[in-house]
Design a protein around this ligand. Sequence first.
Ligand SMILES: Nc1nc2c(ncn2[C@@H]2O[C@H](COP(=O)(O)OP(=O)(O)OP(=O)(O)O)[C@@H](O)[C@H]2O)c(=O)[nH]1
Ligand SMILES: [Mg+2]
Length: 316
Amino acid sequence: MTTMSTDAGALASRLVAGDRAALARVLTRLERDPAAIAALDAAMSPHTGRAYTVGITGAPGAGKSTLVGALLEDSLRADRRTAVLALDPRSPLTHGAILGDRMRMETATADPRVFVRSMTADPHGGGLSATTPLAVRALDAAGWPWVIIETVGVGQSELDVVEAAATTVVVLNPGWGDEVQAVKAGLLEVADVFVINKADRDGAAELRYDLERLLAAGPKGGWRVPVLDTVASERRGTTELWAAIEAHRDFQQSTGALSVRRQRFSALAVRALVDRDLRARVAMALAEPAIVALVAGLERGEHSLPAVCAAVLARI
Ligand SMILES: Nc1nc2c(ncn2[C@@H]2O[C@H](COP(=O)(O)OP(=O)(O)OP(=O)(O)O)[C@@H](O)[C@H]2O)c(=O)[nH]1
Ligand SMILES: [Mg+2]
């Protein structure tokens, strides 16, 4: 145990000193080695609190990865050091698309000013994974001033990214009749910036009109949510997107909203790990012979369901 935490401490010091290989190893261990998390995070913790996180979310195929690739190219031009966490869905059906994404973004990453890492999203993770907040903290401790998180999907259950990010960018496309419905169903509240990507296609003006009509209801806590057109595949509109993100950051810094967002991120980080830990303990309790027997008794009408649940809860 002592050697393990010393290892973790040494690895974390290298990460803090800017060693990319150490960062990559830490991210792998955070994902795969739950026993190492405590020592790693403790060593990195004093170096966190400076990174600015940007969430990029939107329906599958909206062009999120292309957009992030374009934002990275802009970062290189502007000397803005930027790290990316790209969340992959776990479904094997989309595996081809995942590899495509990884390759598209990782071509930009030979440059030391950018860093790209893929992570697998949990089925329960709200579009993220239990270790995403830990990974964000690692990138923060490693000194990355900008951390972009690309999530999978954007259903009602994939909105955890909103809690993870200081600025949330929602990517929509023209010509999708249900886009504005989705906005009404909750995206309006979560978007700090709207992007109409694939603005080279028909229907961009109509989508903008619909969005602006919905947004006219009033500025969100004093922030006027901008609607930007982009053609990510041609890197059009991405400089303006960076400008909007920076304007939102400045706005939040000046109003104090940023510290509220940082607290929300911390709460998410705690919840994600506690959730995962509880799920593991419940699974362990359900496998215990005494509990298996109680569950069997439930079938025969020997116990009430709440009584069995109470027995499980008493075990964890
Ligand atoms: N016409 C046009 N096509 C685009 C644009 N941006 C991206 N695409 C294309 O849209 C397709 C999907 O792009 P991705 O960047 O993989 O989309 P994504 O949102 O990351 O997709 P998932 O991660 O699978 O949800 C690709 O074929 C892109 O080349 C754009 O501005 N205009
Ligand atoms: Mg993608």
